[in-house]
Write a protein that binds this ligand. Structure first.
Ligand code: AMP
Length: 293
């Protein structure tokens, strides 16, 4: 496995591989790798010849007062996991490799970036699109893997690929969870022991929403209030949003039908966590978990 820290050597290595007819897969990450990343990397391994994992804590997707400065960095552990998983290249650039000193040009996403995390994290998806576009430019992947844990991000990136006419297949990895259902996240390590237990309530809340859908409820307000009741039980989670939306445009629904996303964000202590379930509400009343696309 090669560890590459700057753009130019990476471009050279990629060009040589492509000249040999090899396909390239990119798994973008911010590091502090966990089982969710592991699943994305394992999925990526199956989709092409040269597997590139990028590790870059992208400053432009963090707002003022967010956790950019304290975001966990575990590069040596990350490198050894990547090696163990058969990665060919880890690309771990520094901020000045990715951004010029005076950075003025952005990739501005459309309406998909407005609800959910876009409503509370101003400029977040603009930062995500800009950095992913830059990574795509350096790595020139045929396939890029994203996790359904960040469902809105996956939709925004897929739209960027379509809008810019990029020849890249976006492949989705299902949400990977810890034993009690908490979605794996680099931020889980910031939870104190009591907080860690409370955080499991997020998944329980999503399951409560799924359960009342399965019992026949179709009013999104009722579904979301069942989720809220569970999340806020004993003050476990300070809710930022709970929404039931369609999975193509992320618009609010009048009634739940077809493919829907039940998405939540909230804080446990100071740690902000997000999670979602993509559900298919069948005509016969059945409710099953599904993939975003
Ligand atoms: P991050 O390092 O948090 O920016 O995540 C890098 C990639 O891993 C993104 O595509 C995430 O959606 C994906 N990812 C993070 N956590 C999970 C998880 N629990 N399950 C599946 N994919 C995940």
């Amino acid at each position: 496995m090669e560890t590459i820290r700057t753009n130019q050597p990476l471009r050279g290595t990629i060009r040589r591989s492509k000249a040999q007819g090899k396909s390239v897969v990119l798994v973008p990450t911010m590091g502090a790798l966990h089982d969710g990343h592991r699943a994305c990397i394992e999925l990526g391994r199956k989709h092409g010849d040269v597997l590139v994992v990028s590790i870059f804590v992208n400053p432009t997707q963090f707002g003022p007062g967010e956790d950019f400065e304290s975001y966990r960095v575990t590069l040596e552990d990350d490198f050894s996991l990547c090696r163990q998983l058969g990665c060919d290249i880890v690309f771990a650039p520094q901020v000045h490799d990715m951004y010029p000193e005076e950075h003025v040009l952005w990739v501005q996403p459309g309406d998909l970036a407005e609800p959910l995390c876009g409503a509370t994290r101003e400029g977040h998806f603009r930062g995500v699109c800009t950095v992913v576009r830059k990574l795509f430019d350096v790595v020139e992947p045929n396939v890029a893997v994203f996790g359904q844990k960040d469902a809105q991000q996956a939709l925004v990136i897929r739209e960027m690929v379509t809008q810019l006419g990029l020849n890249i297949d976006v492949v989705l990895c299902p949400v990977i969870r810890e034993d009690d259902g908490l979605a794996c996240s680099s931020r889980n390590r910031d939870l104190a022991p009591g907080e860690r237990e409370r955080a499991a309530g997020i998944y329980q809340g999503l399951l409560a929403g799924k359960q009342i859908l399965a019992a026949g409820e179709r009013d999104p307000r009722e579904v979301c209030s069942a989720v809220r009741e569970r999340l806020e039980r004993d003050g476990a989670v300070e809710v930022e949003y709970i929404e039931l939306l369609d999975t193509t445009e992320l618009r609010p629904l009048v009634r739940a039908r077809g493919k829907v996303i039940l998405a939540v964000a909230g804080r446990v202590g100071r740690t902000r966590l997000i999670d979602n379930l993509v559900l298919r509400v069948d005509l016969d009343g059945g409710v099953v978990e599904d993939s975003l696309f």
